[in-house]
Design a binder for this molecule. Structure first.
Ligand code: PLP
Length: 349
């Protein structure tokens, strides 16, 4: 039933279809074949989500123009800015949910990098329209699909060239594996990306791949339950006196709810909300929770929560008291009771 966790770095010549571990193993191929079939393309697995963006950019010619979000997952932004600083690429950062901003920046682009919803402001890109703008310049269009997972949003079916996941998150689902994956329509592009993986040395380890392969078996079930919990909590948070506003694309109050629901089949398992009061209160709230783990990352079976601006790389566009909650599969009553009691203890009236 399971592909063994092979711990060989090399293989006996002539006895195996593999030669050296950096080029891939049976486990690598098994994971790629599962994700590829779920996302409708050819998958290439990497040692992390961040390794995937390095592989994609490595395919671009020197000084290529890259259009990317001005604030989204900060690791990607920091890396692209580093590459721009040494003239490897020309970077044009735009407000990614604004099609006019993409249109103004797209001329001559070789890569349009999208993320929808964005982390953590939950901005929603009009994916099909953005892809059209990218393709008008023959740019590759890639989407970071981490927040939605393959069971809620299918970028390749929407016309993207590349769908990207930090599979560390909901695909693995148990906060125990660092892994990333790209899925592409074009088999030649997949081969080129595989080549980048070999030369950048970014094959995931056997245990990580095994865990991700085990995790994806329950992705649909876990995601359904977590998302159901997330929607219920988002509604309750929206009505809470300590909460200024909630950012969740599954709520009708989200500014681009309809746009999101036209291209994804649910709001997902991440809910962000901005607390009233100051940073100290927001931190105290995170530290007062008993069931929620005060920890970064998302997509696990266990609920995690944090104030995003505690990280120096988080853009200033993220409000200081924005809380990002990754909702797990616990009983929603318990999750709410914990949130409510922590809010009460910090915001006394
Ligand atoms: C939306 C998004 N993309 C990419 C990444 C990077 O993935 P990894 O940590 O697996 O390198 C993250 C990690 O938090 C993320 O949230």
């Amino acid at each position: 039933m399971n592909v063994p966790i092979g711990l060989s770095s090399t293989f006996i010549a002539g006895e195996n279809s593999h030669g050296y571990v950096r080029e891939g193993t049976d486990l690598t191929e098994a994971f790629e074949s599962v994700i590829g079939s779920v996302e409708g393309g050819h998958s290439v697995v990497f040692s992390s989500g961040i390794a995937t963006i390095n592989a994609v950019v490595d395919l671009l010619p020197a000084n290529a123009i890259v259009v990317a979000p001005n604030h989204a997952y900060p690791g990607n932004s920091v890396r692209l800015r580093e590459l721009a600083a040494v003239n490897r690429i020309q970077l044009r950062e735009v407000q990614i949910d604004d099609l006019d901003a993409i249109r103004d920046a797209i001329t001559g682009a070789a890569l349009l990098w999208l993320e929808s919803p964005t982390n953590p402001l939950m901005e929603i890109v009009d994916i099909k329209a953005a892809i059209k703008l990218g393709h008008s310049q023959n740019a590759l269009v890639a989407i970071d699909n981490t927040f939605m997972s393959p069971v809620r949003q299918q970028p390749l079916a929407l016309g993207a060239d590349i769908s990207m996941h930090s599979a560390t998150k909901s695909i693995s689902g148990h906060s125990d594996s660092l892994i990333g994956v790209l899925t592409v329509k074009d088999v030649e592009l997949a081969q080129k990306l595989r080549g980048r993986r070999v030369l950048q040395g970014t094959l995931p380890g056997a245990l990580e791949t095994f865990l991700a392969l085990r995790g994806i078996r329950t992705l649909g079930l876990r995601y359904d339950r977590a998302e159901q919990n997330a929607l219920e909590l988002a509604k309750k948070l929206e009505a809470h006196s300590a909460v200024d506003y909630v950012l969740y694309p599954g709520l009708a109050s989200h500014k681009n709810y309809e746009r999101h629901m036209s291209q994804a089949s649910g709001g997902g398992q991440v809910v962000c909300f901005v607390l009233k009061g100051d940073v100290e209160q927001a931190e105290k709230f995170c530290n007062s929770l008993k069931i929620w783990a005060h920890a970064t990352s998302l997509g696990g079976v266990e609920s995690t929560i944090e104030r995003r601006r505690r990280w120096p790389v988080e853009p200033v566009a993220t409000p200081e008291t924005l809380i990002r909650a990754s909702v797990g599969i616990e009983k929603v009553e318990d999750l709410w009771a914990d949130l409510d009691s922590a809010l009460k203890s910090v915001y006394k009236n």
